[in-house]
Design a protein around this ligand. Structure first.
Ligand code: ARE
Ligand code: CA
Length: 443
C-alpha cells in the first residue's frame, strides 16, 4: 500500500510485570533483543524480510532509564535478573555510578530536574558518562547492523541535547547489504512533548534530529470535533508554532495519548472512527511533516496489554478479505480510508497545496498540483458544490469509498470537466465525510 516503514515496540529485554501491562516494555533491564514479540533471531528475520519488501523498520529506543523498583526477584523476558533498588543491572552491566542520584520529577519548569531526576520512578541513566554512552551506542549500532533504519528516541526531553548529539554521531551508517544507499544515516525522531510553557522546548532538539510534534494531533482533533473551523488549517505548520516542516514527525494519536497516558491532551482515536478518519485524511493529504499512522490492538482498560497466548506472548492478527484484521487487533493502517490516503500521499509527493476552497467554516477542499484533490466536510450542513481542481479532465475513483479494480471503481466516481471543475457532494449522513481522487486512480 506504499507505507515507507513501521515503528515497532521496544526490542530491549524488559522486566516481566505480573499483570503484563503494555507498558512493561518501557522498563528495560538489558540491551538484549528479546520481548513478548519474539527473539533476536525472529526480529532480525522480520527486518530482513521487511527491507526486502521496501518497508523500513524503526525501533522505539529506551535510552533515558532502566526499570523501576519491583518486588524481588526482578526477571526479564530473557531470564536476566536485576536489582533496581541497588541500581544493579548485571546483564548490561550498569552499576550505581551510571545513574543520577534519586529524585522525582515534580516541576516541569526546571530543565535540570526534568533531565536529571526520575520519570515515574524509572532509574535515570547519566548519558554524560562514557560507559553509559558506550553501552547505548553499542545497542543502537547492533540494531542498525541488523538493518533497522532509525529510531524513536523515547523520553528524549529527559536527556541533555549535548549527550544525544554525541551518541548519534557515533552511530553506524545504514548497511548497504540491506539495500540502503552508501553513507545513509539513521532517521532519528525524538519524543519531546512540548505543549508550551515548560523548561524544555522542542527547539533544543530539532537541529540534529526530527521531533514528535504533539500539537498537531491536538489541533486536528479540535477541527474534526467542531472546536476550530477547518477553514483555518491551510497553513497548519510553523505559523501555528509547530516545528519547521522538515523536522516535524506528525500523528493524530500515539500509544500513550490514545489511552489517556502521557498527559499531552485529548485526541481522536480508532474509538471515534468517523472523525478519526477525517483527521487522518487531512494529515495525509497535507504536505506538512513526516506522517505516522497509529495501528492498535483493541483495549477496554488503559493498562491492558496486547492480544496474547497463555504464556503472555503476543499473538498475530488474522486478516479478512477486505484487508482489515481481527483477533484482538484494530489495524487502522488496513482501513481503506487510511491505506488509500497513503497511496494518495505518495502520488502527490513533491507538490504543494493549490486551489484551496472553503465555505468560511468547516468544509474545505484543495488540490496537490495536478496529482490529487481532496474535499472534507466537517460541518453540520451538507456539501454540494462545484469546486475547481487542478486535475486533468476525466473520471476518477474516490479512493475513500472504493478501489479501482479491473478498470472499474468499486466506490463513488468523480467527474472533472474540461474546465477542471468537479461536482462534490458529501452529506452529513455519509459514512465517510471525505472525497479524495488522484491521478493514479483515474478511470
Ligand atoms: C509505569 C506506571 C507508573 C510507575 C512506573 C514505574 O504507570 O505508575 O511509576 O511504571 O514502575 C510508559 C507508561 C507509564 C509507565 C512507563 C514505564 O506511559 O505509565 O509507568 O511506561 O513502564 C512524560 C514524558 C514522556 C513519557 C510520558 C509517559 O515526558 O517521555 O511522560 N512518554 C514515554 C513513552 C511512554 C513511557 C515512557 C516515556 C517511559 O511514550 O509510553 O511510559 O519509558 C506533560 C509533560 C510531558 C509528560 C506528561 C506526563 O504533558 O509535558 O513531558 O510526559 O505530562 O507526565
Ligand atoms: Ca534523564
Amino acid at each position: 500500500m506504499g507505507y515507507a516503514g513501521v515503528q515497532v515496540s521496544p526490542v530491549q529485554e524488559n522486566v516481566i510485570i505480573p499483570a503484563r501491562p503494555w507498558w512493561e516494555r518501557y522498563q528495560p533491564i538489558s540491551y538484549k533483543f528479546i520481548s513478548r514479540s519474539g527473539s533476536e533471531e525472529e526480529f532480525k528475520d522480520m527486518v530482513r524480510r521487511c527491507n526486502a519488501a521496501g518497508v523500513r523498520i524503526y525501533v522505539d529506543a529506551l535510552l533515558n532509564h532502566m526499570a523501576a523498583d519491583h518486588p524481588f526477584p526482578v526477571i526479564g523476558m530473557g531470564n536476566s535478573t536485576a536489582h533496581p533498588e541497588k541500581r544493579d543491572y548485571p546483564a548490561v552491566p550498569y552499576t550505581p555510578v551510571d545513574f543520577h542520584p534519586s529524585c522525582e520529577i515534580l516541576n516541569y519548569q526546571d530543565a535540570y530536574q526534568v533531565r536529571n531526576c526520575e520519570l515515574v520512578g524509572l532509574h535515570d541513566l547519566n548519558q554524560t558518562h562514557e560507559h553509559v554512552r558506550n553501552q547505548i551506542v553499542e545497542f543502537l549500532n547492533h540494531a542498525i547492523d541488523a538493518g533497522v533504519a532509525g529510531f524513536r528516541i523515547d523520553a528524549a526531553k529527559h536527556m541533555w541535547p549535548e549527550d544525544l548529539k554525541v551518541i548519534y554521531s557515533r552511530l553506524h551508517d545504514l548497511p548497504t547489504s540491506h539495500g540502503f544507499k552508501p553513507n545513509s544515516r539513521p532517521y532519528v525522531y525524538q519524543e519531546v512533548i512540548d505543549m508550551g510553557g515548560e523548561g524544555v522546548t522542542k527547539y533544543e532538539y530539532n537541529s540534529f534530529g526530527a521531533v514528535t510534534e504533539f500539537k498537531y494531533g491536538i489541533e486536528l482533533t479540535r477541527a474534526m470535533t467542531g472546536n476550530n473551523p477547518l477553514k483555518w488549517y491551510r497553513n497548519i505548520g510553523e505559523e501555528w508554532e509547530l516545528l519547521p516542516r522538515d523536522s516535524a514527525l506528525v500523528f493524530i494519536d500515539n500509544h500513550d495519548n490514545q489511552r489517556g497516558h502521557g498527559g499531552a491532551g485529548s485526541v481522536l482515536t480508532h474509538k471515534q472512527p468517523k472523525e478519526y478518519k477525517m483527521a487522518l485524511a487531512f494529515m495525509l493529504a497535507h504536505p506538512y511533516g513526516n506522517a505516522k499512522v497509529m495501528s492498535s490492538f483493541a483495549f477496554n482498560h488503559t493498562d491492558q496489554g496486547p492480544p496474547a497466548d497463555a504464556n503472555g506472548n503476543t499473538i498475530s492478527p488474522q486478516f479478512n478479505d477486505d484487508y482489515s484484521c481481527n483477533n484482538g487487533w484494530v489495524c487502522e493502517h488496513r482501513w481503506i480510508e487510511v491505506y488509500n490516503m497513503i497511496r494518495f500521499r505518495n502520488t502527490v509527493n513533491g507538490t504543494e497545496i493549490s486551489e484551496w476552497w472553503d465555505n468560511s467554516n468547516n468544509q474545505i477542499a484543495f488540490s496537490r498540483g495536478n496529482a490529487g484533490f481532496i474535499a472534507i466536510n466537517a460541518d453540520t450542513i451538507d456539501l454540494k458544490q462545484k469546486i475547481h481542481t487542478q486535475l486533468a479532465t476525466g473520471s476518477y475513483c474516490d479512493v475513500i469509498s472504493g478501489n479501482l479494480v479491473d478498470g472499474r471503481c468499486t466506490g463513488k466516481t468523480v467527474q472533472v470537466d474540461d474546465q477542471g471543475f468537479a461536482f462534490i457532494k458529501i452529506t452529513v449522513n455519509d459514512k465517510d465525510r471525505v472525497v479524495a481522487i488522484h491521478k493514479n486512480a483515474k478511470l
